[in-house]
Design a protein around this ligand. Structure first.
Ligand code: AQP
Length: 331
């Protein structure tokens, strides 16, 4: 079975975009892959986090993943900082990656904005650590959204340069797994901005711990426009908020957009939003309930992550030790 590595940052409660763009697909991958699910708390640190908040978010993240269907008894679920292989290989890769490659990363440019000099070096070298996350497990498949494709390309470039520099064939090629309906979910307040767990406005996103009432209210208040829904996808091109709501409906129902529009085209947003809220509540309210239940037993969650870290270390340590031998570290 091919090994899949998936990471998510514990930077808040997972939101609908994380669910539709990543988590739901991860749950399916468990059936025919050997999966490693990692809460990437070292990546979360690239932008300052309150320490207590980071701990709280890490546990909430673990609970949400398990409640969504990630099975920590069959696959590996742990937090990145608990396995030293990430940092060890991350450093080697910092020395392999070229500054020119990092300078081209669009996500750094987006996150740093004009204030580049004020950001951490960690944010800049994030792609080298991400490459280490994957290569430390010799993972060959990584589910990624559109926004992460560039990071996967650099992970392959780093692996290939390591192999070339040390004259080995050690790190395999990583293949991106783009989910079939790779929905990009946008903010409920601005259809041109990606839905994000760290957006200052909680109204901009559906969180996986929201109650049925909260979901319904957020959808009712979601920005839309005054026109009726079109009957074909083309009619959504210049209407970002309408397009976002229809995309969410189609992704949740696993139906093509045109199919959704053939049902709702010509109607106003009132009935459509009610149907959308109902669809979201049906799937997400049980996830939220289970997440809350899991969070009541913190020692149990911590034990799951500790056991995951031991299993992750058992896979990654020998691989990273071999990389360390190859670069010439004295042992
Ligand atoms: N809006 C989105 N639509 C589709 N997919 C999304 N993902 C995130 N937002 C959307 C996918 O979720 C996976 C895990 O994301 P992450 O937490 O590691 O990083 P992120 O993309 O930075 O997510 P956020 O919510 O926007 O976090 P913050 O606010 O901390 O930056 C990834 O596969 C991502 O594609």
């Amino acid at each position: 079975m091919q090994r899949v590595f998936s990471g998510i940052q514990p930077t808040g409660v997972p939101q609908l975009g994380n669910y539709l763009g990543a988590i739901r697909n991860w749950v399916k991958l468990q059936n025919d892959h050997d999966c490693v699910f990692c809460l990437v708390d070292m990546h979360a640190l690239t932008i300052f986090r309150d320490p207590q908040q980071l701990r709280t978010d890490s546990l909430a993240q673990a609970a949400c993943l398990i409640a969504s269907g990630i099975d920590p008894s069959r696959h590996v679920l742990y937090n990145q900082s608990a396995v030293s292989a990430h940092a060890r290989l991350g450093w080697i890769f910092n020395c392999v990656v070229r500054l020119g490659w990092l300078n081209r990363m669009t996500q750094f440019k987006e996150k740093a904005g004009k204030d580049r000099e004020q950001h951490s070096a960690g944010l800049f070298v994030y792609p080298a650590l991400m490459a280490a996350d994957i290569h430390a497990f010799h993972a060959t498949r990584v589910p990624v959204g559109d926004d992460q494709k560039q990071h996967l390309e650099i992970a392959n470039d780093i692996g290939a340069k390591f192999n070339h520099d040390y004259g080995v064939d050690f790190f395999p090629v990583i293949e991106p797994l783009i989910p079939p309906a790779a929905a990009r979910v946008m903010s409920l307040r601005d259809g041109t901005k990606k839905m994000s767990k760290s957006d200052p406005s909680a109204q901009s996103r559906i969180e996986l711990t929201d109650t049925a009432d909260e979901i319904a209210l957020k959808i009712r208040k979601a920005k839309s426009d005054a026109d009726a829904l079109p009957s074909e996808a083309e009619g959504l091109e210049t209407r970002p908020e309408a397009r976002n709501l229809v995309t969410i409906y189609a992704a949740m129902a696993e139906r093509p957009v045109d199919d959704v529009l053939s049902e709702f085209g010509g109607q106003g947003f009132g009935p459509f939003k009610s149907a959308l809220a109902e669809l979201l509540v049906e799937t997400l309210a049980p996830v939220a309930r289970e997440t809350r239940r899991l969070l009541e037993d913190r020692p149990h969650l911590e034990a799951i992550l500790r056991s995951g870290a031991e299993r992750a270390g058992a896979i990654a340590d020998p691989i990273v030790s071999e990389a360390e031998r190859l670069v010439g570290y004295l042992r």
